[in-house]
Design a protein. Structure first.
Length: 94
């Protein structure tokens, strides 16, 4: 997996937080702190943000590639998650 993911807590359903453009997974720290006692919470750093890699190739920053990266994170979960995201032009087309 190439994306940096912050993971905490236990419980279900898992809740996955996805930040908006120009932000990081750390945006969700307060929300995660409130929910980690009852849910497995994860926050994803999208490519080029936070702790995730910053490729030089512009072709790496497509909507389809971003969705494939998110799918890779979700594939590691054992049950369907609740997705929480900031709506922006890149990821809002999910």
């Amino acid at each position: 997996m190439r994306l940096h993911v912050i993971s905490d807590g236990t419980g279900s359903p898992p809740i996955v937080f996805i930040h908006g453009l120009g932000s990081t997974a750390a945006t969700w720290a307060l929300c995660m702190a409130q929910l980690r006692d009852r849910h497995h919470v994860l926050a994803i750093d999208l490519l080029g943000h936070g702790g995730s890699p910053v490729p030089d190739d512009p072709a790496e920053y497509t909507r389809d590639r971003a969705l494939a990266d998110i799918d890779e994170v979700l594939a590691g979960l054992t049950e369907p998650p609740v997705l929480v995201r900031v709506v922006d032009r890149l990821v809002s087309l999910v």
